[in-house]
Design a protein around this ligand. Structure first.
Ligand SMILES: NC(=O)c1ccc[n+]([C@@H]2O[C@H](COP(=O)([O-])OP(=O)(O)OC[C@H]3O[C@@H](n4cnc5c(N)ncnc54)[C@H](OP(=O)(O)O)[C@@H]3O)[C@@H](O)[C@H]2O)c1
Length: 231
């Protein structure tokens, strides 16, 4: 089975990709900007599992050329799963957020996902799409100062998930959003300096890899909180 993970150069995406690569029957495709870190991920897979099943494309989700991404993914065949994991968090009080801050946040957290889904939809076969959301974008959750642009973008991503599940239900494509709580990564440190998350990136990566392969048997169009603490 072929799976694509965005934002795999570090953090949760890196660990999700590694967890999937542990199964030698999987082809794991990874995409983010930092080529050196993606190369390190492929080497980590080789060292840990003795496999050579991670392939990477260095690309920016805000500006990627659709045919370049489509042709690269298509060269491996159909996709069984996509994790839209790449994300950007700008931590600033609402009154200091500039229009470029809002545009940058939405260009990665929402429009990058939209463009990638439109690019790759013809390659999905009985596929499970996971959009990695946040408790910040989960209706009724606790909110925190400085995270308005980020949380609004994740709320939009959650809504997009519900809409796509409906539009694609007859095409064998399931779409779910995991609204993550705190996970120990660089992004968490940017949002909550000094806070120690109860969940490691490694633990969350394993959970997402499992859910990608199994969750669509039980869920479609759902926004699921995956959180054990506040924040
Ligand atoms: N950590 C948490 O507590 C937490 C909580 C809730 C939700 N989340 C969500 O979980 C996801 C992963 O977060 P994380 O904590 O692992 O973050 P992270 O450590 O900051 O990693 C973010 C990843 O996104 C990629 N990325 C950022 N901008 C990109 C762009 N323009 N094009 C392509 N890739 C891009 C980065 O790669 P490059 O820099 O190489 O491009 C990196 O691999 C995000 O969607 C985040 O919102 C995290």
């Amino acid at each position: 089975m072929n799976f694509l993970i965005t934002g795999a150069s570090r953090g949760i995406g890196y660990d999700t990709a590694l967890a999937l690569a542990a199964d030698p029957t999987h082809q794991v495709l990874v995409l983010s900007r930092n080529e050196a870190q993606l190369q390190a991920l492929t080497q980590a897979g080789q060292q840990q599992f003795g496999t050579n099943n991670i392939a990477y494309l260095a690309a920016d989700l805000a500006t990627f050329e659709p045919t370049r991404v489509y042709d690269w993914v298509a060269s491996f065949g159909h996709l069984s799963g996509l994790v839209n994991n790449a994300g950007l968090l700008i931590n600033k009080p609402f009154m200091e957020l500039t229009t470029p801050d809002w545009e940058q946040t939405f260009s990665i957290n929402l429009f990058g996902v939209v463009r990638l889904l439109q690019t790759l939809q013809p390659l999905f076969k009985q596929a499970h799409v996971i959009n990695v959301g946040s408790m910040g974008g989960f209706q009724g959750s606790s909110k925190f100062p400085g995270l308005s642009a980020y949380s609004a973008s994740k709320a939009a991503l959650a809504s997009l998930t519900e809409c796509l599940a409906e539009e694609w239900k007859d095409e064998g494509i399931a779409c779910n959003c995991l609204a993550l709580g705190a996970v120990q990564t660089e992004m968490l440190t940017a949002a909550f300096p000094g806070f120690q998350a109860p969940v490691s990136s490694n633990q969350m990566g394993s959970m997402i890899a499992w859910f990608l392969q199994n969750g669509h048997t039980f869920f479609n169009g759902k926004v699921l909180p995956v959180s054990v603490s506040t924040p």
